[in-house]
Ligand binder design. Structure first.
Ligand code: ZN
Length: 375
C-alpha cells in the first residue's frame, strides 16, 4: 500500500515501526571502505574514496563540490519509496524524537553515527566544542565523537593504531609552530600513538587532537556536524587552502579549538572506555559502550540477541546497525530480513516490534542514541 506523508494518520502508523535506512556512502579525502563493503556482503569489496557510510544522519557533508544532500540518511517506506530522515523529523518532531528531546534540542536528531573504514591515515585534526561552535560557527552542536572499533586489518606493515591526544611535554607553542611550518612528521609525533583492537571504545572530546590510522573499521558516534579543523594543508596529493582547513576562521581562531589540558597517557586513560554489561538473559546480552559520562553528547550499546527480543515502546529514538549475524525485524507490516550492514531508525513513537536472530549465531547490533542529558 502507499503511504501519504501528508496524512497524520499514515505518518503516526508509519512511525510506530522501525524504518529501514538506505545505504548512504559519502566521499572523503582518504581511502578505505573495503571492510565496510565486506560487512555488507559485497562480492568484490574494495577501497575507494567512499570509506564511510553515514548510517544515521541528518547532517550533510561539507565536502566541496559534492551534492548538497550528500550525507543525509534516507528512510525506506514500507511501499519502497524513500524520504530523508531529516525531513521526516522536521515534519513530525515529537513522534520521531519525543517531547523531552524536542524541548532540549528542537526538531534535531542531535546525533550522527557512521561506519568508517580507513585504509590510509586520516588527517590530523580536532573539532569545535559546542561553546566554540555557538560563538564562531552559528551552530548549537560541536563535534565531540566516539569510536567503537569493529575490526582491524594490517596495512602498510603497521599494526592498526589511532593517534589520540598530545604527548607528554608538547606545548601549545610547540604545536602551533609545527602547524605553521607544516612539519607533518612532527605533528604526527606530537600525538600519542595507541594500537587498537576490535571491541575497544574511545571517547574523543572536542578539542582533543587525533587521527585514525590505517586499518581501522569502526562505528563513529558523534555530534551532528561535519566541522573539522585540519592541520595538514596537503593531504592525499591535494593542497588545501587555510580557508578550507580552518572552516574559514583563520589560523589563530581555528587553533583555539585545540585543548592542551590533558596530555600524555592520562588522556588515553581517561578516554578509553570500559563497556559495562547491563543485561544478560536468555534473549539478549547488552553492553553499554557509551554511557552516562557521554550522555550529554550521545550514547551507544552493543546488543547480542540470542532469541526473539520483544521491544515495547521506550519513548526514545535510536539508530540500529547490524554488525553481525542474520535475523528479522518483525512488526505489524510483517518481517524484514536483517543482515550485516542493515540499519534502521526507531522513532520515539515506535511501539511493538521484535528482533529475531535466524540460525545459531546471535544477531549483533550497535544501538546509537541521541543525547539524553540536557545541561
Ligand atoms: Zn575527528
Amino acid at each position: 500500500m502507499g503511504w501519504n506523508l501528508d496524512s497524520v494518520h499514515d505518518s503516526e502508523r508509519l512511525l510506530q515501526t522501525p524504518l529501514s535506512l538506505a545505504t548512504n556512502r559519502v566521499q572523503r579525502r582518504y581511502v578505505g571502505g573495503m571492510l565496510l563493503e565486506s560487512l555488507h556482503g559485497d562480492a568484490s569489496p574494495r577501497d575507494s574514496y567512499y570509506p564511510e557510510e553515514w548510517v544515521g544522519s541528518t547532517t550533510a557533508t561539507l565536502f566541496p563540490g559534492r551534492p548538497i544532500e550528500e550525507g543525509l540518511s534516507r528512510v525506506i517506506l514500507p511501499d519502497g519509496r524513500e524520504t530523508y530522515l531529516r525531513a521526516l523529523i522536521e515534519k513530525f518532531p515529537e513522534l520521531t524524537l519525543g517531547r523531552v528531546h524536542c524541548e532540549a534540542f528542537g526538531p534535531h536528531l542531535g546525533l550522527l553515527c557512521k561506519l568508517l573504514d580507513s585504509a590510509s591515515r586520516l588527517p590530523i585534526q580536532t573539532h569545535p566544542t559546542r561553546l566554540f561552535a555557538r560563538q564562531h560557527l552559528n551552530s548549537a552542536f560541536g563535534k565531540t565523537e566516539a569510536w567503537i572499533i569493529l575490526q582491524t586489518r594490517r596495512s602498510q606493515a603497521e599494526p592498526p593504531y589511532i593517534l589520540l591526544g598530545f604527548r607528554e611535554g608538547v606545548t601549545a607553542a610547540d604545536f602551533l609552530a609545527m602547524a605553521r611550518s607544516q612539519d607533518v612528521v612532527a605533528l604526527g609525533a606530537a600525538l600519542n600513538r595507541v594500537e587498537v583492537q576490535p571491541g575497544e571504545v574511545y571517547f574523543v572530546p572536542a578539542g582533543m587532537p587525533h587521527a585514525i590510522g590505517p586499518g581501522v573499521f569502526m562505528v563513529e558516534v558523534q555530534e551532528p556536524t561535519d566541522f573539522v579543523i585540519n592541520v595538514e594543508y596537503e593531504y592525499g596529493g591535494v593542497r588545501r587552502t587555510e580557508e578550507q582547513c580552518f572552516l574559514g576562521l583563520g589560523f589563530d581562531v581555528a587553533m583555539q579549538c585545540f585543548n592542551f589540558d590533558n596530555v600524555g597517557t592520562k588522556s588515553i586513560e581517561i578516554n578509553k572506555l570500559s563497556p559495562q554489561v547491563v543485561l544478560d538473559d536468555t534473549s539478549v546480552r547488552e553492553e553499554v559502550l557509551l554511557g552516562p559520562s557521554c550522555a550529554e553528547f550521545f550514547g551507544a550499546s552493543r546488543l547480542a540477541i540470542h532469541h526473539t527480543l520483544q521491544v515495547y515502546e521506550s519513548g526514545r529514538p535510536w539508530i540500529g546497525m547490524v554488525v553481525g549475524g542474520m535475523g528479522e525485524l518483525i512488526d505489524h507490516n510483517g518481517a524484514r530480513a536483517l543482515r550485516p550492514g542493515s540499519s534502521f531508525f526507531v522513532a520515539a513513537a515506535a511501539r511493538q516490534y521484535a528482533l529475531r536472530p535466524s540460525g545459531n549465531a546471535p544477531l549483533q547490533l550497535i544501538k546509537c542514541i541521541p543525547p539524553t542529558r540536557f545541561d
